[in-house]
Design a protein around this ligand. Structure first.
Ligand SMILES: [Mg+2]
Length: 259
């Protein structure tokens, strides 16, 4: 039997993977994915993590299924070539070039921004290879206030966006996020949004939780209320179950398995 879906895009932390759940990634989800992959459905983990941190988390869980694709740091696309995850060169090169050009213009003003944060909050700020400004706030309330300042900072740079996930934030280029990466992957696979499912729990998932990218939208019960509202408003499925069990239930819903 064929599947109504062709592409399944899941966030990792808080969506598939429950930090305080055992197992962190439930069998109910992995067995569904294994079955869908046998029917030719492609699975992408669409995450803010980088390669080593995602590989470590997957290995630690002894996940019995492999994603066909990865979207890492909410921007780069990788395809499993049978041996390893290989970069999708054209997209990733454009992504790197656009970020380098933008960050060269932004960087001279970042020290002042870091001073502003350090003078008002107990927070960790740093630069890494992905962003000239990265934040780990002490609390979500602090992160909300700093987020407002970051939005102000972005105003003179129309291509600059804030990517926020819980107490974490960094900058990115507006053309690269979980949504545009999912759109590119759909284009590569010749899949229409009607055949795509996307599942997420936090702010950095909002760009992909749109029916223009995925007709089937899923949020687990632990998703933040804004995400649940966005999913509900577009006719998506909000589960009463947490993390991977919630995503599995959403998948079953769209596969017509729930009564
Ligand atoms: Mg998440």
């Amino acid at each position: 039997m064929s599947s109504p879906l062709k592409l399944i895009s899941t966030d990792f932390d808080g969506t598939l993977h429950g930090e305080y759940e055992r197992p962190a990634i439930p069998e109910r989800f992995t067995s569904l994915i294994a079955e869908q992959q046998l029917r030719g459905v492609k699975w992408v983990i669409n995450t803010g993590r980088d390669m080593s941190s995602l590989m470590e988390a997957l290995a630690r869980e002894h996940v019995p299924v492999l994603p066909d694709y990865l979207v890492l740091v909410e921007r780069e696309i990788y395809k499993h070539d049978g041996v390893r995850y290989a970069p999708v060169e054209e997209w990733n090169a454009a992504c790197n070039r656009d970020h380098a050009e933008l960050y060269a213009r932004v960087r001279p003003q970042v020290a002042e921004l870091m001073d502003w944060v350090n003078g008002r909050f107990r927070a960790t700020v740093y630069e890494d290879v992905w962003s000239p400004f990265c934040l780990i706030a002490g609390t979500n309330a602090d992160a909300d206030q700093i987020h407002a300042r970051l939005d102000e900072f972005c105003k003179p740079f129309p291509e600059l966006a804030v990517v926020r996930n819980d107490v974490y934030a960094r900058f990115s280029h507006v053309n690269y996020n979980k949504g545009t990466a999912l759109r590119e992957l759909s284009r590569m696979l010749s899949v229409t949004s009607d055949e795509v499912l996307a599942a997420g729990d936090h702010l950095n998932d909002l760009p992909m939780l749109k029916t223009e990218h995925a007709r089937c939208l899923v949020a687990p019960s632990n998703a933040i209320s804004l995400v649940k509202d966005v999913v509900r408003r577009q006719g998506g499925y909000v589960s009463e179950l947490t993390c991977g069990n919630g995503v599995a239930e959403g998948l079953e819903h769209y596969l017509g398995r729930l009564r």
